[in-house]
Design a protein around this ligand. Structure first.
Ligand SMILES: Cc1cc2nc3c(=O)[nH]c(=O)nc-3n(C[C@H](O)[C@H](O)[C@H](O)COP(=O)(O)OP(=O)(O)OC[C@H]3O[C@@H](n4cnc5c(N)ncnc54)[C@H](O)[C@@H]3O)c2cc1C
Length: 401
């Protein structure tokens, strides 16, 4: 890779964000239309799939190019990119690293171009933190998998074209060893999506009922019955996505779709407006939030375990939203006309709770760090070697709440 090509790349990226993108988005209405327009334009400008192989629609470039893009795009990526969080952020990298040629050929290019929106069908009513207890079944029938089961908390399922699905393909194997990862086409008769309304007022996630839905036989990611390894690989991308990367870009964005913790600079402004900058307690909390914001920046540059980023995101998110809320809402937990940006701050206060659950709860991140980073003894797992079909069924296991 030559200096010239890196500088050409930088020029191309600057030009794209300065002039091409504003012109492309001008007059485009509706979240989904804007999302597709943004991603399509990025692809056409030769800036999508930087570290994806050329044969699958990527650019085949190294980490210097990715770092240059990250720097140039910071704070300039439209919030509609969130629509592709599951595809671009988690699903496609997993496909790229573990998919067969057929799977990569079918999904990578349309995914990078934004033609297909992905969702993630992992959690079930009886399988959340204990995800390996999932009971959605996929049975081979000729050239197709036939899938039946129920998923829940599926973000963005209502607008998704394809899902990363975890399904049980061998109930005679122990629970971690009989799962496969498949790509499920969402627009078919066997898939019913029902929105669930959250306390933010949004219906971001859904219940998904799957009744004999069909998947082509080849659309398995990794090997059949090796889905647990794939699931863990994808979760690592998810924790990076919801954790460390949520500290990037979006620094000044007040968009709900940004989901990053409220920046300390915003809260300092708010404290100034409310004449609370001399308040010792407020100053102390601001100092703590500021230090945490700086520390995660250093950790990110040094490279840290994804669970640290994920935990940081939820702890900082809650503390920042709580302080902002206390400064903002003169009427306590309610708010009135005179408050600044009440919707945005209220949204942050309500939304930060769910962030502690999605992508693995805080307790699960701590378990991961304890076991995999600190080397503490693993949690006892008495059902690890028992065939899934011999496990207790029909009741929710204690870990599933
Ligand atoms: C905003 C949001 C978006 C989501 N999006 C998706 C999505 O797109 N796709 C998807 O598949 N899922 C999604 N989820 C679901 C999410 O992954 C689950 O909520 C999460 O894994 C926890 O599972 P659960 O809700 O069943 O809680 P449970 O697993 O029942 O946990 C209940 C409580 O017990 C604790 N607990 C459980 N096990 C342990 C343990 N071993 N040690 C210590 N504490 C434990 C948990 O920390 C939690 O506090 C989303 C959730 C949210 C909130």
């Amino acid at each position: 890779m030559s200096e010239d090509s890196l500088s050409e790349f930088r020029t191309r990226a600057e030009r794209f964000f300065d002039s091409t993108l504003p012109a492309v988005l001008d007059g485009v209405d509706g979240h989904r239309n804007r999302a597709r327009a943004w991603r399509g334009a990025l692809y056409e400008a030769g800036l999508a799939g930087i570290d994806y192989p050329i044969e699958y629609g990527g650019l085949g470039l190294g980490s210097e190019f990715k770092a240059a893009y990250t720097e140039i795009s910071a704070g300039r990526v439209p919030t509609e990119e969130g629509t592709f969080g599951i595809g671009i952020g988690m699903g496609l990298p997993t496909l790229r690293d573990h998919g067969t040629h057929e799977v990569k050929d079918r999904f990578l290019e349309p995914g990078l171009r934004g033609d297909e929106i992905w969702c993630q069908l992992y959690s079930e009513p009886g399988a959340g933190s204990d995800l390996a207890s999932l009971s959605t079944r996929a049975v081979l029938d000729g050239d197709e998998w036939v899938v039946t089961g129920q998923k829940v908390w599926t973000s963005g399922a209502q607008g998704a074209d394809v899902a990363i699905l975890l399904a049980r393909t061998d109930p005679s194997a122990p629970k971690h060893r009989g799962i496969s990862m498949l790509a499920l086409p969402m627009n078919q008769d066997g898939v019913t999506v029902r929105p669930l309304r959250q306390m933010t007022g949004e219906a971001e996630f859904n219940e998904v009922f799957i009744d004999e839905a069909r998947i082509p036989r080849d659309w398995v990611i990794g090997e059949v019955n090796d889905g647990w390894r794939m699931a863990v690989a994808l979760l690592a991308h998810e924790r990076v996505q919801t954790g460390v990367s949520s500290t990037l870009g979006d620094a000044t964005s007040r968009s709900k779709a940004g989901r990053a913790p409220i920046r300390v600079s915003e809260i300092i402004k708010l404290a100034g407006t409310q004449r609370r900058l001399d308040d010792a307690e407020v100053r102390q909390e601001l100092a703590r939030l500021y230090s945490n914001e700086e520390i995660i920046g250093y950790l990110r540059r040094m490279g840290c375990h994804p669970s640290i980023g994920k935990l940081w995101r939820t702890i900082q998110g809650r503390a920042a939203a709580n302080l902002a809320g206390r400064l903002q809402f003169r009427a306590g937990p309610a708010w009135d006309e005179g408050d600044i940006d009440p919707d945005w701050f209220a949204f942050q206060m309500l939304n930060c709770r769910g962030m502690s659950l999605g992508g693995g709860t805080d307790e699960i991140q701590k378990n991961t760090l304890g076991e995999r980073v600190l080397g503490l003894p693993r949690e006892p797992a008495i059902d690890k070697d028992v065939a899934f079909r011999d496990l207790r069924t029909g009741t929710r296991r204690p870990n599933n709440g």
